[in-house]
Design a protein around this ligand. Structure first.
Ligand code: GMT
Length: 374
């Protein structure tokens, strides 16, 4: 098959899923053409066997808002024709689905199935915004197939947009050969020279991630344990988190690393991974941590309970108990046997429920189904 993939290039989960899926599908012998406004953070087009089409948006003094979606549609339409692509798979509905549907109209009667994978905020925040609600509904009703990354997101989509058609839940996945526990002493050396505990958080530091709560929980843990906090990523709340770490007297023990592409090298250094988001449709970064044998501590919200089972493979923190998050982590770190059991269970969950190959099989089957006339 020849597949066009459209995604955001940022460190966010939707771009990561699109990149990892493209890499896996290309390895199976299919031809992948990836469209984005910059090279996706985790993609190595040469090694991954993926053809990258960077969409350039030309500016003109009349354009207060250069029309990215039109530049994307134009580039996509040209490539679909030149390379004879079979289908387009877009990640994140806004504006990618609408751009792909425009291409389908432009090229009509040439068939061009469009698959949309919903990732979360394209429905829960952006999609519901009155500025985008109508086009989001149009995108949902006119895609040839829709997938969502969790049951939670499927139900949210149905509830918010009254969509009755099939939405297939295909959960996110992790490459458990790349994301795996490492020899602990070696990998921890850079953060925990004295053998202290390592807590980690990685995100785009948007308000929804509540990264300040990570710092607060860490300050509580640091009362009981020698510990280091590693904060990976960058975004609007980062400065506030740094200030909070100073206020709470833990700045010296906190490392802000900025954005990092090679999370598989960093995550195994941690004991615990914190993701106290207001909600997550899935929580891919927590899954990557689990694959590395790191215990996820996440909020009991959105799709996170579909990934983390409380007290089994991690800790699920109810909204009302967020103030206790640090104390719960501290108690866990004090119990070596319980911690080791949870590490093992976390890794096992990643392997058995969210392993790459079984989930990529489902996407491949979906591609085949949209190409087969009913
Ligand atoms: O965070 C976003 O604004 C969107 C998106 C992204 O590109 O990072 O994240 C979503 O997609 C990920 C991959 O499917 C999920 O793991 C994240 O939970 C989801 N983010 C939210 O729901 C906030």
């Amino acid at each position: 098959m020849k597949i066009g993939v459209v995604c955001y290039p940022t460190f966010g989960g939707s771009g990561v899923v699109a990149t990892e899926l493209s890499r896996a599908i290309a390895k199976r012998g299919h031809e992948i053409h990836l469209f984005s406004y910059a090279p996706p953070a985790r993609l190595d087009p040469f090694l991954d066997g993926v053809r990258l089409h960077e969409v350039e948006v030309s500016s003109y003094p009349l354009f207060k808002y250069p029309p990215y979606d039109l530049a994307l549609s134009s580039r996509l339409a040209e490539t679909v024709e030149e390379e004879d692509l079979d289908l387009v798979h877009v990640h994140y509905a806004i504006p990618h689905t609408v751009a792909a549907l425009l291409v389908k109209t432009i090229l009509h009667p040439r068939p061009l199935p469009v698959i949309t994978t919903l990732h979360g905020t394209d429905i829960t925040i952006v999609g519901q915004d009155p500025s985008y609600a109508r086009v989001t509904r149009y995108a949902l009703n006119n895609s040839d197939a829709i997938t969502s990354v969790s049951d939670y997101l499927r139900e949210e989509t149905r509830r918010t947009f009254g969509v009755e058609r099939t939405i297939e839940v295909i959960p996110n996945f992790v490459d458990t050969e790349r994301f795996k526990p490492a020899e602990r002493a070696g990998v921890r050396r850079c953060f925990a020279k004295g053998g202290e505990r390592v807590l980690m958080h990685a995100s785009n530091f948007r308000p929804v991630k509540r990264a300040d709560l990570v710092v607060e929980a860490f300050a509580r843990v640091a009362q009981d344990h020698p510990a280091t906090l590693v904060m990976v990523g960058d975004g609007p709340e980062r400065a506030r988190c740094e200030a909070r770490a100073s206020e709470l007297g833990v700045k010296e023990r906190t490392r802000f690393l900025g954005s990092q592409a090679d999370m598989e090298h960093l995550l195994p250094a941690a004991d615990v991974y914190l993701l106290p988001s207001e909600y997550e449709s899935f929580g891919l970064s927590a899954l990557e941590a689990m694959a590395c044998g790191v215990v996820p501590v996440v909020t009991n919200a959105g799709g996170l309970p579909e990934v983390v089972d409380d007290e089994q493979n991690g800790l699920l923190i109810d909204e009302a108990e967020l103030g206790e998050m640090g104390a719960r982590i501290s108690a866990l770190l004090a119990d070596a046997e319980r911690l080791a059991g949870m590490r093992e269970a976390a890794r096992q969950t990643a392997e058995t429920r969210f392993g790459r190959d079984a989930i990529v099989d489902r996407y491949e089957a979906l591609y085949e189904s949209v190409l087969t006339p009913a």
